[in-house]
Design a protein around this ligand. Sequence first.
Ligand code: UTP
Length: 414
Amino acid sequence: MNKYRKVVKLLKKYDQEHLLLFYDSLTSDEKNILLDQIIRIDFEKLLLLYHDYQKEVPFSNSVIEPLEYIQENMIESDIQLKYIKKGEQMISSGELAVVTLAGGQGTRLGLKLPKGCFEIETEPRKSLFQIQCENLQRANAKYNTKIHWYIMTSPDNDEVTQKYFNDKNYFGYPKEKITFFKQNTLPVVDYHGKLILDKLYKVKEVSNGNGDVFISLKENGFIKKMELEGIKYVHISGIDNVILKTVDPLLIGLCSSGNYKISSKTVTKNENESNEWVFARKDGKPSIVSSKRITEEMNELKDEEGRYIYRETNILSHLFSLEALKYCSNLELPYHLAEKRNDYINEEGVKVMPRIPNTYKFEQFIFDSFSYFDTMLLLNVKREEEFAPIKSFTGEQTPEKALELYLQKERNRN
Ligand code: UTP
C-alpha cells in the first residue's frame, strides 16, 4: 500500500482525517514530512490517554500516611557541619552533576523565546539561564571543581537555546562542561480529542513533561557518560526558580550518609496558595498526593514537634543517585493531562493563538518515580530562601515577586 493510502486509512480509523485538510496544496517534500510524521504517531496510545481522562475516576481507596521529613533549621549546627563536610568532599571530587529542565513550553508566560532566556529586572538584567549559571560558577569556585551542567531542551526550543548560550559566550562557563539534550514530544489534542496542525504540513507536538528527563538522558547516552565520569548524585531542577540552591552540600551529605537513593527539597504549603499536591506515603510508598485526598482533619495534623504532617510541597529540586536515575530510565511513568494554550492552524489555514487553554498536553512528571522506591529523603527548607519560581505575570508566582526574593537573597549573601 502506498504511504498516502496507509495514512488515510490510519486517520479514518482514529477519526483524524482533518490532518490532511491542506494536503493537496503541499509541495511533495511537505507531503512526505506530514505523512512520515503521521505514521510515527501512536494514535492508539494517545487517544486512550485522552478517553481515560474523560472517564469519571472512582475515588481511590489507597491508604494515605505521613511521609517523614527533616526540617533543615532543626538540625543542630555541629551535625549539619558533619553532613555539609561530607557533601563538600563529594562535590570537590566531581561526584555531582546538575540537570536543568528547560524543555517546558512556558505557556503561562507566553514568551517568544525559551523561558530560560527570560530576564528579571536586576541591574543589569539577568536571564534565568544566567542566574542558574552563576549558581554553578559560585559552587565551582568554592569547591574547586567544574560541575557538568546538563540542560534539557525540547525540539521546539533547542536551537534557540543553544544559540543563546553561544551568543552569551556561555556566560563564561567552561563550554565543554555544558551539555544540551532534547527531550521527547507528543501531539496535543483539542477538547474534542482531535490532533491539531502546527503548520500546514506538521502535526503539533510538544514536550511530554519533565518526567521524560530519565528516558531522554538514557537515550542520549548521558547516564553511561555520567557513570564513566564517576558521578554519584545528580541534582535535577526547573529553570524558573530564581533562588534555587542547585548545589547543596547538606542535601548531598544527608543523602549519601543515609544511603538515600532519591530526595527532594520541600517547603511548607502556603495557605494562600492553590498548590494541590503534598508529599505523603500512598499505599506505603513515597508519593505526591492531591490535596483533595487530604481531609480537613489531616490538614491540621501535627507531629510531636508541632509541625504539620501533610503540608510539604514539591519545589522541583531533587537529588537522585546515579543508580536511581538509571533505574528510573527504565520505568514507564504514567501520563497526566494538562490544559495548555497552543497555537494551531484553523480551517482557513491561518495560524491562531488562543487566549485561553485550548488543548490537552500529555505530561510525565518526575514525582511519579518516587513511588518506585521504599523511602526518600525530604528536606524541608525555608520558602523565602529557596523557592521563587516565575510562572505567570499574574498571581502568586510573578517575575516581580521572584525579583524581590532574588534581591533579598543577594543582599544576604553580601
Ligand atoms: P512547568 O510545569 O511549570 O511548565 O515546568 P512550563 O513549561 O515552565 O510552563 P507552563 O506550565 O507551560 O506555563 C516546570 C519545569 O519543568 C520543565 C520546565 O521547563 C520548567 O523548568 N519542563 C516542563 C520540561 O523540561 N519539560 C516539559 O515537558 C515540561
